[in-house]
Design a binder for this molecule. Structure first.
Ligand code: DHB
Ligand code: FE
Length: 288
């Protein structure tokens, strides 16, 4: 592992690629459905090429760029920033519970289980404003769910994720935890406010963003996976009202239902309550 003051796209991207490749992903998509999707993708791409009369030189530049995204390990970054929100949106329309949002490339399963009222794993000198994040997990009828699982992961106050820090030395499970709701379905987590996150932009993803004069920022966010036996797993993110980049997220993943507005509690610590509502598992079972 290299040591660098600022994680590079190649470092974070390769870690995300390795993590993704460690699972073999399959889908039971029928050959007919796959063929229909492939045909449509190609014909829509063809339409764009015709419409813009894309030249051979431009085609070769595209080829070169696609190759370098792969070589830099940046596909998880690029896909989760620019495409995942369409997938999430089209999958979540029919559900009634808490809104989902993209998973992003930095989820790691099996974070330490810490109970219902606990503190996120963090460094002794973890920088950042303390935050109490608490609430209840309920079913569609409003009943609290005992034993629901709340997985939380987020960036530190510099915007870096543990296990994807390109050698910065952040402890393995820093700011990653699994919580289990109490008998009333409640949870309470002590953590710190994450900073806005800048997708690594010193590689081909950065070139892509610069080419349309964009910026690489996501607003500060908490990532969550919430589920319970017999309930649909929800993957989502929560954002901070008034935060920088909330209205201009490079990943297009902010939703008005997913906002937090922490206020000081009696101890003067910023606190926010967010309740999750879970749909029953439908048939066919959908797992995000
Ligand atoms: C990316 C990073 C994130 O933290 C996130 O939530 C979404 C996308 C990325 O770098 O691709
Ligand atoms: Fe993120």
């Amino acid at each position: 592992m290299t040591t660098s003051a600022v994680p590079t796209a190649a470092g974070s991207g390769s870690a995300a690629t390795d993590k993704f490749k460690s699972n073999r992903i399959t889908s039971d998509t029928s050959p007919e459905r796959a063929a229909a999707i492939y045909k449509d993708v190609l014909s829509k791409l063809g339409e764009v090429i015709h419409e813009h009369e894309v030249t051979y030189q431009e085609y070769r530049v595209l080829k070169q760029w696609l190759i370098s995204v792969g070589e830099g390990g940046e596909w998880p970054l690029w896909l989760d920033v620019f495409l995942e929100h369409f997938i999430e949106d089209s999958n979540s329309r029919i559900f009634n519970g808490t809104k989902g949002s993209i998973e992003g490339p930095y989820y790691v399963p099996d974070a330490p289980n810490l109970g219902s009222h606990a503190t996120m794993p963090m460094r002794e000198d973890e920088k950042g404003t303390a935050l109490v994040f608490k609430g209840q997990v309920r079913d569609l009828d409003g009943n609290g769910i005992d034993g629901a699982s709340v997985e939380l992961w987020h960036a530190d106050s510099d915007g870096y994720y543990s296990q994807f820090d390109d050698g910065l030395g952040i402890p393995e499970w820093n700011l990653r935890g699994t919580f289990t709701t109490d008998s009333e379905g409640r949870y309470s987590i002590n953590t710190i406010q994450p900073a806005p996150y800048q997708i690594p932009h010193d590689g081909p993803t950065g070139e892509f963003i610069a080419s349309y004069d964009g910026h690489p920022w996501r607003p500060a966010h908490l990532h969550l996976k919430v589920t319970a036996p017999g309930k649909r797993l929800i993957t989502t993110q929560l954002y901070f009202t008034g935060g920088k980049w909330v209205d201009d997220d490079v990943a297009g993943a902010v939703k008005p239902e997913l906002m937090l507005d922490p206020k000081p509690n009696d101890d003067g610590v910023d606190q926010v309550v967010y309740d999750f509502v879970l749909d029953p598992v439908s048939d066919p079972i959908y797992v995000a």
